[in-house]
Design a protein around this ligand. Structure first.
Ligand code: HMG
Length: 390
């Protein structure tokens, strides 16, 4: 029996800034961002967009071709949740009008949590092959105006329907896992922006990759040459390149040319370069970028996945692309959607970024912007109000 992705879709904010604006403001060459970290544009969500509306927009399209009565589990993976108690998934479950016989919960471990969602869903669906899991990863990456991390912000969501009737990717059984208690990136409850030790976080990412790979290859018996493409967690696209070069040197049996190594990851980078870090969602936006931009038919090819969440947990796992997967994707719509976004100025971005909801009770309405089919309309009696524009 194969368990994997039956349907998948992503969504990001309608608004972005070009990192050339940020470079101009900081008086640094824009090549530092375009080439040094490999990022060109950064999604900049307005006040009436949050992880719930991003998630609902991603999931709405993902479930259109699915028998939603069979979804009995919604897993909401995020590190930028909107409530300390209630799962963001319940708001999305309501907005999508899913059935009431459904368990809904939120998972958190920095950018890693959606991979945990996959690892727990695969054995669950093996036991109950008639059921489906809706796994949503949705995040808004915030480091703060003027911080070193600012050019690596972003926002977006991915929704995947996982089931025993996969159309796109079937996951393999084995994975390799690594955990270590480190402070490379964290966000205390009293802060809206993450704290980060940037250079250390890069070192920990690479360490977690190599350690996870070691266990993965021992458990699975698979080697580097068994993989055609690799999808990495992408906090910025050059991180994927750095990671892949390290893995190729460590696990490969020969010296590979840069051209060859880049060919194994390049298609995964396009969407992230113009969206930014989407934390828990980023690796799966990378997967969609690969499947929708590759010139080749990838059916039957094996993909390696490395998910990293600061703090930290890493996991290497794998999957095979399924025949006919192209029929279940929407590359033209995604390209059109990304090209039709609105570029905003650095000033407008700062206005969006610094907007805050008053903590005092009252009837607070958010200003209206383009947010797709769903919007965060405001707060009343400390309750968030969402509108579906269907
Ligand atoms: P920085 O100090 O601004 O940049 O921080 P830098 O000085 O290190 O420069 C970056 C690169 O640009 C360097 O290349 C420079 O040489 C190059 P490298 O040496 O790395 O190959 N450069 C130029 N290139 C072309 N033209 C120029 C030029 N100038 C310099 N003119 C840093 C960069 C990524 C550390 C910072 O943005 C940051 O702290 N970001 C946030 C942390 C992060 O993304 N960490 C990644 C690993 S941890 C992770 O992935 C988890 C995470 O997603 C969170 C989670 O799990 O929840 C973050």
């Amino acid at each position: 029996m194969k368990i994997g992705i039956e349907a998948i879709n992503f969504y990001t904010s309608h608004y972005y800034i070009d990192l050339k604006c940020l470079a101009e403001d900081r008086n640094v060459p824009f090549s530092k961002f375009y080439h040094g970290i490999g990022q060109e544009k950064m999604a900049a969500p307005p006040p009436d967009e949050d992880v719930i509306t991003l998630a609902a927009n991603a999931a709405f399209a993902a479930i259109q071709s699915v028998d939603t009565k069979k979804i009995d589990t919604v897993i909401f993976a995020t590190e930028s949740g909107i409530d300390q108690s209630k799962s963001g998934g319940i708001y999305v479950h309501h907005l999508l009008q899913l059935g009431k016989n459904c368990r809904v919960f939120e998972v958190k471990q920095a950018c890693y949590s959606a991979a945990a969602g996959i690892q727990l869903s695969v054995p669950y669906l093996t036991l109950y092959p008639d059921r489906k899991v809706l796994l949503i990863a949705s995040d808004i990456a915030r480091y703060g105006i003027g911080s070193a991390g600012e050019p690596t912000q972003g926002a977006g969501a991915v929704a995947m329907v996982l089931s025993a009737q996969p159309n796109i990717v079937a996951f393999d059984k084995d994975s390799g896992i690594f955990t270590e208690d480190v402070m490379d990136f964290w966000r205390p409850n009293y802060r809206d922006e993450a704290l980060v030790d940037g250079k250390f976080s890069i070192k920990m990412y690479i360490k977690a990759l190599i350690e996870s790979w070691q266990q993965f290859s021992e458990r699975s018996g698979r080697g580097f040459a068994d993989f055609y493409r690799f999808c990495y967690h992408l906090p910025f696209s050059r991180m994927g390149e750095k990671a892949h070069i390290h893995l190729a040197k460590y696990a490969g049996k020969e010296e590979y040319s840069n051209e060859f190594m880049m060919s194994q990851i390049i298609d995964t980078l396009y969407y992230n370069k113009i969206i930014g870090n989407t934390y828990a969602a980023s690796m799966y936006i990378g997967l969609l970028s690969l499947l929708e931009n590759s010139d080749e038919d990838l059916a039957g090819k094996r993909i390696g996945f490395f998910s990293y969440g600061s703090g930290c947990v890493g996991e290497f796992f794998s999957g095979e692309v399924l025949p006919g997967y192209q029929k279940f994707l929407a590359p033209e719509q995604h390209t059109k959607f990304l090209n039709n976004r609105t570029e905003i100025s650095y000033e407008k971005y700062k206005e969006f970024f610094t907007y805050s909801i008053p903590e005092v009770d009252g009837d607070h309405r958010t200003p209206k912007n383009e947010t797709g089919l769903f919007r965060f309309a405001g707060i009343s009696e400390h309750k968030r109000i969402y509108q579906g524009l269907l």
